[in-house]
Write a protein that binds this ligand. Sequence first.
Ligand SMILES: *[C@@H]1O[C@H](CO)[C@@H](O)[C@H](O)[C@H]1NC(C)=O
Ligand SMILES: *[C@@H]1O[C@H](CO)[C@@H](O)[C@H](O)[C@H]1NC(C)=O
Ligand SMILES: *[C@@H]1O[C@H](CO)[C@@H](O)[C@H](O)[C@H]1NC(C)=O
Ligand SMILES: *[C@@H]1O[C@H](CO)[C@@H](O)[C@H](O)[C@H]1NC(C)=O
Ligand SMILES: *[C@@H]1O[C@H](CO)[C@@H](O)[C@H](O)[C@H]1NC(C)=O
Ligand SMILES: *[C@@H]1O[C@H](CO)[C@@H](O)[C@H](O)[C@H]1NC(C)=O
Length: 713
Amino acid sequence: MFPAIFLISGLAPNKYVPLPLGTVTPKGWLLDQLILQAEGLSGHLAQFWPDVQKSVWIGGGGDGGLHERTPYWLNGIVPLAFLLSNANVTLNPVVGVYKAASPNSRVALNASRTANAKVDCGHMFPSIHDDHKAWAQHGDHKHPLLDVDLLAQVECYIGYILDHQSPEGWLGPDDATDAGAPWGRAYVLLSLAMYAEAKPEAAARVQAAMLQYNLCLYERLQKMPLVSWAQQRWQEMALSVVWLLDRGAAGEHEETMLTLLRLLHTQGSDWEAWFEMGTFPSQAGVRGANNHNVNNAQALKSAAVLYRFTTNASLATLSRTRVEKLDAHCGLPTGMFVGDELIDATHSPSRGIELCGVVEAMYSYTVMFGTFGEVSTLDRAERIAYNALPATWASPKGGDMWAHQYLQAVNQIEAKYNDPHVWTHDGPDAERYGLEPNYGCCTANFNQGWPKFAQNIFWLTPDGGVAVGLLAPAAVTLPPSAGLGHSEISVDTEYPFGDDVTISAKADTAPFPVYVRVPAWASGQGAAAILIEGQPSRDVSALNGTLVVAFVAPVGKTLVATLRLKPALRIEEWAKSGYSVHRGPLMYSLQIAANFTAIAHHYGDDDMSNDYDTDAASPWRFALVANSDDPSATLSFEQRTLTKGAAPFNHSGFPVVVHATVRSLPSWGIVTNAAAEPPASPACASGSCGAPQSVELVPFGSTDLRIGQFPLA
Ligand SMILES: *[C@@H]1O[C@H](CO)[C@@H](O)[C@H](O)[C@H]1NC(C)=O
Ligand SMILES: *[C@@H]1O[C@H](CO)[C@@H](O)[C@H](O)[C@H]1NC(C)=O
Ligand SMILES: *[C@@H]1O[C@H](CO)[C@@H](O)[C@H](O)[C@H]1NC(C)=O
Ligand SMILES: *[C@@H]1O[C@H](CO)[C@@H](O)[C@H](O)[C@H]1NC(C)=O
Ligand SMILES: *[C@@H]1O[C@H](CO)[C@@H](O)[C@H](O)[C@H]1NC(C)=O
Ligand SMILES: *[C@@H]1O[C@H](CO)[C@@H](O)[C@H](O)[C@H]1NC(C)=O
């Protein structure tokens, strides 16, 4: 029986439906991570980064180029604000010495991006922060910063955007003559959709604004068809139309909205043909499809979006095979693919992937799961979230979210201004940790990573139950629209730093099944079991890679079950590009000590918004003594302690490690300022290696510099 939330006019139903924003409350380490995000760049960009602070979206001159920055930022800050608000978090007001931006800060120097906004969404911040020149003149200022109030930021930006909708329906700066412009709006529309979910009292007004905008877009597309990135990102634009139809919010315009979906598809890039081709060439595919990493990460979900309004059954297969093709072409052990701006046919661990690609792929995989119910897409979303996402942040202190890269590499022996560099198409500072290395899109777009991941933990199932899809600590109170009254489910776990996932649930009106995802890697007897007090343990390892009914939630009384995982150590081979070490969802790597040199200061205290060049301060040329068929013969896992309140992905105090044996391999070279391809294995066959020595491999996501793909000794 489908609950009301599944009954959709005109569209194929989703297999699984995520819960509306505002129902989920993060807990445990996930809450700590979201707080670190809010107390890092996310909560402060509106105070000092011109592309948000003085954005064209609030009447200023910032983000004058593609008008993408504030949309990307809102797409993350809206869910972050409501998730933290549910957890009753009051963010720490940062009080301290606020230093002038250093002379080499682009933020301070770039006057073209700091034209005053008509509305000051920073009215809740001290005015001194608006004037970087004044800072520079006066030097250091002791200034208590007011609270970082994320909800107030959300209200100010969303309020301004809604209040300034044009009579025609357009939202934001008007690009009436630019056929490439509509894509940037897609993230504002997604933000509005989440805002409407979280604030039912505002839903009618927001839905009306979204509908009017899409009617306006429909008019414009008939006169001026999509080009360029607007073509390539058609499915992002389609998402808000689908969202309106799913809620019956298109009213008398339902047919027009369905026509708009078809128009977006026929004008947009043919990603289905592109991915089927599987060669990811640099020349354009049908209707502009090309090998840009972020556009491909977004387009992973094109078949899923298209399926909703075509019900073409072959799209489920295409949705799966594209992942296999991308993996075979250029897959990386972090779950991502090589895309140092453009996709390339290599598994080389020194080549990069862009942070925008990382967060867009995570989001695409969750949308794909919702539509087709392919459980492997949640495995993949987790693999990226627990490895690639945290790896691209670093600071001397460790574990905070003040400095990120544009490009991250699996084998990263330095992260600094590099000329020449091994990556293609990006500037020499693309691997630097900082505010906006290379280009500012990721500074805005990273914001969606953790919040959307948290929002996609729980899913409604077609048989009227609830699935714990992503394994992370959080609680949910179901909305009445799910048809289960105010039932409650809670997940308590240290996963991915612990192996037990405890689920408690209480039904409100009628019993319902509670599912849990058993990851694909949890295979082999004893690798996954469900424990319920008073019942025999149930081995579910034969059901790896599926959603399993953990129990049926009883009415009025809480039932508790634990999914006990016993992950085996795994070694994965990357064609001729070396071997990676994994256990459960985490990848383990050799941490290289990082020597940080701050080269620019942008905002806040000494340890807040800086740019850093980072050099290796410990050896990295090692071959791993291991047998890929029998990893536990030489590797051993050690569970340590995840301290409550500690940064989950810190470069010290690791909650889990893998003990390994390595041998130094002096012949491993450096090419264009990066580690050369890992030498062929067995690398020590010719006797040129050092004696075996013990090392600790640590979570990849915790490292600043590292080796993640080794040659075998
Ligand atoms: C947040 O506060 C509200 C109101 O006091 C309370 O009902 C709710 O349980 C609190 N939530 C958490 C996660 O503490
Ligand atoms: C200032 O910003 C503009 C527009 O974003 C950009 O074209 C220019 O290169 C920037 N200048 C500096 C010094 O970064
Ligand atoms: C279904 O999708 C496939 C793959 O894109 C396409 O080849 C086929 O023509 C579509 N079928 C219909 C009826 O549109
Ligand atoms: C990371 O660990 C170091 C060493 O224990 C600590 O000083 C630092 O505060 C931690 N980072 C965060 C964000 O908690
Ligand atoms: C379960 O594990 C086996 C062995 O590793 C693997 O071949 C299979 O694909 C997994 N099942 C799913 C559905 O992922
Ligand atoms: C760290 O970098 C600085 C600046 O390049 C250099 O002077 C110092 O010797 C380095 N320290 C180590 C331990 O490598």
